[in-house]
Design a protein. Structure first.
Length: 339
């Protein structure tokens, strides 16, 4: 059987490497990429000698042998890339955020419905972390009963001097709740099994970077399904002394137990990544997630072949972004009211 062929349009964020890794590990073939920026392309190309750089994006879009387009372009550009790909008969995998405005979300939803193509957003803090996948397995098996609350924490290291200009422009990245908290919105829906949620409160701020007025370096959200509640906090305040980019955590409260995830490190504790701690009526235990499969890439390829929704449902993919957009709008309105 011929390997499914994929291409990349837009390499502005390093998340593209994780996107590509998923597809290569699943058995797909990376054949071409398009990037406007020569400097980015020159650094990227040596990692994938099998993929040619094309000068005209139409060479990718009009190649009928390519079935999937990946993009980690500037966030505000991703929706248009997805729409163009779908109109050329291709499925799409976007880095998060997949869109930065309600208008973009509406447009992508409309074209997806018209074409029947797949739009998948790689929410990497779920699908790339084995402990989050394993927590999903445990919750679905009933290990902690019905989930009634999640707390998702997503601190990041700013690395201000290394960031491109667009990173500090709201028109390009959308706002901190759209850019980062879309991860946690997706996980809240996933672990509660909810189809929708209501934003109860949301806030954003620039606390420590007055030289970058377009940056929001802090944000939080309080949301509910009517049965379960969630709290989300994201920021750009990872201290330089932390040996990784962020101490991402997730706390899941069920009616019969709790799960805590320490995704990227366990400060002054266990070595490595993907730490899962389970507490139930039997006691407490640490679960090794090193052998947990991260099935996203395999499932997405199967969905492309079979026209199914096993990696995630299309509505779930869009709803997570919708919640992040609503939270950002809530926070923006609250700022205007206080002004």
């Amino acid at each position: 059987m011929t390997a499914p062929r994929f291409a990349v349009i837009g390499i502005n964020h390093d998340h593209i490497f994780g996107q590509i890794r998923f597809m290569l590990e699943a058995g797909a073939e990376f054949v071409a990429f398009f990037a406007k920026e020569d400097e980015l392309a020159q650094a990227f190309a040596p990692h994938y000698p099998q993929a040619k750089r094309v000068a005209d994006v139409r060479e990718i879009l009009e190649d009928r042998s390519i079935v999937l387009i990946l993009s980690a372009a500037i966030p505000a550009d991703r929706a248009d890339i997805a729409i163009a790909a779908m109109r050329h008969g291709k499925d799409v995998m976007l880095d998060k955020p997949g869109m930065t405005t309600f208008e973009q979300l509406d447009a992508v939803r409309k074209v997806q419905a018209e074409t029947g193509r797949i739009v998948s957003i790689l929410y990497s803090e779920h699908f790339e972390t084995a402990c989050t996948v394993e927590a999903g397995n445990l919750v679905q098996a009933g290990a902690i009963g019905e989930v009634i609350h999640t707390t998702g924490i997503g601190p990041h290291r700013l690395r201000k001097s290394q960031r491109p200009t667009w990173f500090f422009d709201r028109a390009h990245y959308g706002g901190v709740l759209i850019d980062i908290a879309s991860h946690q919105c997706e996980q809240f829906l996933f672990f509660t099994g909810a189809k929708d949620a209501e934003i109860l409160s949301a806030s954003t701020a620039n606390r420590a970077n007055p030289d970058k007025p377009g940056l929001e370096d802090y944000g939080d959200i309080h949301l509910t399904t009517g049965k379960a509640t969630g709290y989300i906090r994201v920021d750009w305040f990872t201290p330089d002394g932390l040996p990784t980019w962020g101490d991402g955590r997730l706390f899941i409260v069920g009616t019969e137990g709790t799960i805590e995830l320490r995704k990227y490190l366990d400060i002054e504790g266990k070595q490595g990544t993907d730490h899962l701690f389970l507490t139930d009526k039997k006691g407490t235990r640490y679960i090794d997630c090193s052998k947990t499969e991260r099935p996203y890439g395999r499932q997405l390829l199967a969905d492309i072949r079979d026209r199914t929704e096993t990696a995630m449902s299309q509505e779930h993919c869009f709803k997570a972004m919708e919640l992040a957009l609503k939270a950002q709008a809530f926070a923006d309105a609250a700022k205007q009211k206080r002004a």
